[in-house]
Design a protein around this ligand. Sequence first.
Ligand code: SF4
Ligand code: SF4
Length: 342
Amino acid sequence: MEEALKRKAILTLGGPVKLPEGFELPCRISNSTAGPGAGFGSAVFSFDGYRVKKSISYDSGEFELVVGKRGKLSLTRRGKQFITRVEIVPVVRHCPEQAFFNLDPRCIYGCAYCTSPVLDPSMDKHLSTDSIMEMMEESESQYDVKAVSLTSGVVGDVDSTVARFIDVVKSVRSKYPDMPIGVEPYVSSREHIQMLKDAGADEIKLNLETPRRDIFSKACPDLNFDDIWALLADAVDIFGRGRVISNIIYGMGETDADLDMAMERMCRMGVLPGLRALRVNDLNRTRLVKAGIRSEPVSPERALRLAEMQKRVMNRHGLTTETSITMCFECKCCDIVPFRDF
Ligand code: SF4
Ligand code: SF4
């Protein structure tokens, strides 16, 4: 496997990037309220065709950005040369090239690994449909926006949260008829999925979160494992093969064989499995322990091995991440993405 891809795995799973004192990013910092970097200021670094979103700090970090002659940027790792040339990629909204909005980071559920609901409430950006449309216009005037992606916690109840998604999807669709729209909602019925499709969404992500029922009941005590499988089947009926994605988080005590089986089942249904290494941080560490989750550090070797497995399973079923043109497969900043990174 290519050396640069190994470095992507190390960078993706490693600690923050320390910036030189006084260094000003050439673009604005992303303050995300969803995804592995939620709650931390971050920036996107690209090298050798890969890109990685990293938490940044002026105090300390496993990696350090070095500014060389004529502004050439490189990264060191624990004081040693690591990547000889990096660039900092502008973030449109949360990630490069996409306007990705978290409609509401609050959530009535309490998944142990999830940092969104425990963020400082001041980080809630109170995104109304109107403010999203204004931000879209601003983004469109500055960047070539390739897709709009939406996620949200569940606020109040599932019906009203799905209604929020629908309102935003309809507005985006009416103003931007050709814009790919991806949604990552929590849904509880086939009707919810149909309504999102009818509103104009092109892709849907319904996350299984973990391949094992016993881990699921500890990590997501408020959610139902079997319901998610049933809803994934409904989603493929409605959105089509290769237009339904499901994230599986690993590093919570499951084996590679557990992941292989879950991915095989998904691909047989026409669902694209997304693999995401668990990131343990100050916002979720205690909650994971309290939930009885045996979290374990994910090595770059395991991440690469699983990404190869993910590619093999998809290949067996004629699936590819390239049919997904919104959200995380398109972004590629937090995971090793088969068919795109290798
Ligand atoms: S349903 Fe779980 S993973 Fe999703 S936002 Fe709520 S707590 Fe987080
Ligand atoms: S890969 Fe997904 S979670 Fe990570 S920055 Fe991109 S869109 Fe966000």
